[in-house]
Design a binder for this molecule. Structure first.
Ligand code: C2O
Ligand code: CU
Ligand code: CU
Length: 453
């Protein structure tokens, strides 16, 4: 299995400098076949960025592709000027240099493009990579930490191929750009040969539309959700990742017993009414994604997994501002994305309570918030179980309402917005997205570059 290079940037004191170039190239996704692709600092996908809590990041992104684009750091808490929303897209030949301070717990995040109406296409062509955020607290835990040896990124994207083995960019008007061939770290059906009896997989669902209900044929432990470690490892038989979601899992390996990471179909059609629609969205599809070759007998026995990880407490939401988000078709609260409209302004730090409803009986949606983390407090109308801990993206099953306790990063800037949207990227591109601004209480909000019609 290819392991994306770990890119630690250039560290001077506590400032880490990165240079990313979005470029065109060619990659061997299918064995022996050359496909035109896009990537960061390479022909397909991108390196894994490494950064630590407390550091200042100085990023330069160059656009060497053929269309305007921009990069969003999914899961990071940072000023809107660094967030990489559609308003910040820049032309081929230009570059963009955002800066921010890492002020969040250790987590697996990712980066991908966010240009207006073509995010799915740019991500699909290969502009996506992982981000490892580390901190002292997680380093001190006895968990697999050796990148590429026992701490492995698993970036799941997908493709469908034309007859001449190029990426088929046909976008279905109902189901979007749903790849039929899963791609793991840039190739199909890789094999990873383990040298240790326990590995940590950093699973990133970077697919534009596809859900993955992941199994290994044996129980495994979830140690982290989108926004970092759980309070304790949770033993499960499967985990559902909707597009954009991440999880870190620990897998125990026994010599002679290879395992297969499988996408085994979303149970109960994900709550969709009709099997036919569930089929269209690929919810019933099954795939073998990755073979994990077990280590041999010489691999040393390991001690127990820590019973406690970090302290994760449900935030107190008394007196919190409440907001409502109704997902329906390609709209949220009966509105489509308008880069000149601000849906609401958040003028103080603290927890908010967001009620998110999927009003469709036969369509899946999920919900992602930029510059934020949230806990799922309660879910009405769904049998789904949500993993405890902090998320930034969550599945919202048909006809269900989730109550999210949302913690937004407070970086006031009255001129630039953050996004909330469905992370099924075809839905996002079709307008299923809105904007909020974080400002100081008496600041006048006026989006940079906004014009009135
Ligand atoms: Cu990963 Cu606005 O998204
Ligand atoms: Cu995001
Ligand atoms: Cu949606």
């Amino acid at each position: 299995m290819p392991i994306p290079p770990l890119y630690e940037g250039e560290l001077t004191g506590t400032t880490r400098r990165f240079e990313l170039t979005a470029q065109t190239g060619q990659a061997e996704i299918l064995p022996g076949v050359i496909t035109n692709t896009w990537g960061f600092n390479g022909s397909f996908l991108g390196p894994t960025l490494y950064m630590r809590r407390g550091e200042t990041i100085e990023m330069t992104v160059r656009n060497n592709v053929t269309e305007p684009t921009v990069v969003h750091w999914h899961g990071l808490h940072l000023p809107a000027a660094a967030d990489g929303g559609p308003a910040l897209a820049f032309a081929p030949g230009e570059s963009w240099s955002p800066t921010w301070t890492v002020d969040q717990a250790a987590a697996t995040c990712w980066y991908h493009p966010h240009p207006h109406e073509v995010s799915a296409l740019h991500a699909y062509r290969g502009l996506a990579g992982g981000i490892v955020i580390a901190d002292d607290e997680s380093d001190a835990l006895d968990l697999p930490h050796a990148y590429g040896e026992d701490d492995i990124p698993v970036i799941i994207t997908d493709a469908k191929f034309t007859e001449d083995n190029q990426l088929d960019e046909t976008i279905d008007t109902t189901y979007g750009l749903l790849g039929t061939t899963p791609v793991i770290n840039g190739i199909t059906k890789p094999r990873f040969t383990a040298t240790t009896r326990r590995i940590r997989l950093r699973l990133v669902n970077g697919a534009t539309m596809r859900f993955h209900h992941l199994t290994l044929g044996v129980p495994f432990r979830v140690i982290a959700t989108d926004q970092g470690l759980l309070d304790a490892p949770a033993e499960v038989d499967a985990i559902l990742l909707s597009p954009g979601e991440r999880a870190e899992i620990l897998v125990e390996l026994e010599p002679g017993k290879d395992l297969t990471l499988r996408s085994d179909g979303v149970p109960d059609n994900g709550g969709l009414e009709k099997g036919e629609t569930a089929n269209g969205f690929g919810l019933k599809d099954t795939f073998d994604l990755l073979t994990i070759v077990a280590p041999d007998e010489s691999a040393p026995e390991l001690g127990a997994v820590p019973g406690q990880l970090v302290s994760v407490e449900k935030p107190d939401a008394t007196g919190a501002t409440e907001r409502e988000f109704r997902l329906n078709g390609f709209q949220i609260n009966e509105q489509s994305m308008d880069m000149n409209r601000v849906d609401f302004v958040i003028d103080r730090p603290g927890i908010e309570v967001w009620r998110v409803t999927n009003e469709n009986s036969d369509w899946p949606h999920n919900f992602h918030v930029h510059n934020a983390r949230f806990m799922v407090d309660n879910a009405d109308g769904s049998e789904m179980e949500f993993t405890a801990g902090w998320h930034d993206t969550v599945y919202v099953p048909p006809l269900s309402t989730l109550i999210l306790l949302v913690d937004i990063g407070y970086y006031p800037d009255p001129m630039l917005a953050y996004m909330f949207h469905c992370h099924m990227l075809f839905h996002e591109d079709e307008g299923m997205m809105g904007q909020f601004v974080v400002a100081e209480p008496d600041q006048e909000v006026q989006l940079a570059g906004a014009h009135h019609h």
